[in-house]
Design a protein around this ligand. Sequence first.
Ligand code: UT7
Length: 325
Amino acid sequence: MRKVGIIGTGEYFPKKVLTNFDLSQMVDTSDEWITTRTGIKERRIVAKNEATSDLAIKASREALVDAGLKPGEIDLIIVATTTPDMPFPSVACLVQRAIEAPRAACFDVQAACAGFIYGIGIAQQFIAGGVYNNALVIGAEVLSSITDWKDRNTCVLFGDGAGACVLAAVKSGGILATYLGSDGSNADLLMVPAGGSRQPASHETVNKRLHYIKMRGNELFKLAVNIMTKAAAEVIKKANLKSEDIDLFIPHQANIRIIQLVAKKLKIPENKIYLNIDKYGNTSSASTATALCEAVKVGRIKRGDLVLLDTFGAGLVWGACLIKW
Ligand code: UT7
């Protein structure tokens, strides 16, 4: 099997900033509550007429330049998203059209906040087995399109954005281990109830606000801490390493308290955690994708560093990935 590494990264966030103060004018909340309970100060929101593929395309272009690859050389495009532009065609096909990558096979992955790691895991297998030489994996979301702006329990949490990476066969280092898992028995804890085949869109579903995110946050919180700890421990064990070996921990940015508890359980010190939750909130599948790109840009990741990505989300699903940069 060939070694597979990340050879380029890119990100894009919409320009519009929505602050905690702005939210306090919309629902019964405060900057103090949001900051202390979640660590979020602001998030980005798309402009009118901006959709998930628009963000994905911009992040992809940056990742391809960073990787030094032309769009025409790309073999595979995977977009992880819970908020596609439409049920079909896939966002991946829309990205393919825009960046002009005619060789690529294209599809979307729906694994909620763990989708980016699922995408990496799938692409890794194709490249390691020699089926493809490279892949573009993107995590992109317009969560503002499924956020209930009247529900203070959820509307303070989410934001829009996209992160992308280019994977290719490498001579040394690269992805040391990937671990994916799911627990469908807890599917009801986080969902958008309507808009699919179970409850197609109707006046009734719209009136009942069933096209928005419904979340049992408190129950999810405890599961998130335990599952993210287990997923990280599993991937570290698979790579035959110890948590002390990790140079940078990039967790899913859902809640700073979840992140701090997971890091504590893993015995990873705070100075090795990468955080951007304060600026962007929870961007689901784009979360670790954008954080990885940003960490590279600001010099927090150097060649040879061990980088741990760790995610958790609706399904439930989780995924962790350990990379030697
Ligand atoms: O992305 C993947 C999956 N997502 C997660 O893993 C999210 C996990 N859950 C969480 O991050 C946290 O549970 C939340 C941030 C969603 C909520 O924090 P919490 O500390 O679990 O609060 P809570 O739900 O237990 O609510 C505490 C209180 C309640 O009031 P009472 O019943 O104690 O009077 C809520 O009504 O806080 C109230 N509350 C708010 N108050 C001000 C809930 N949302 C707000 C708000 N502003 N925005």
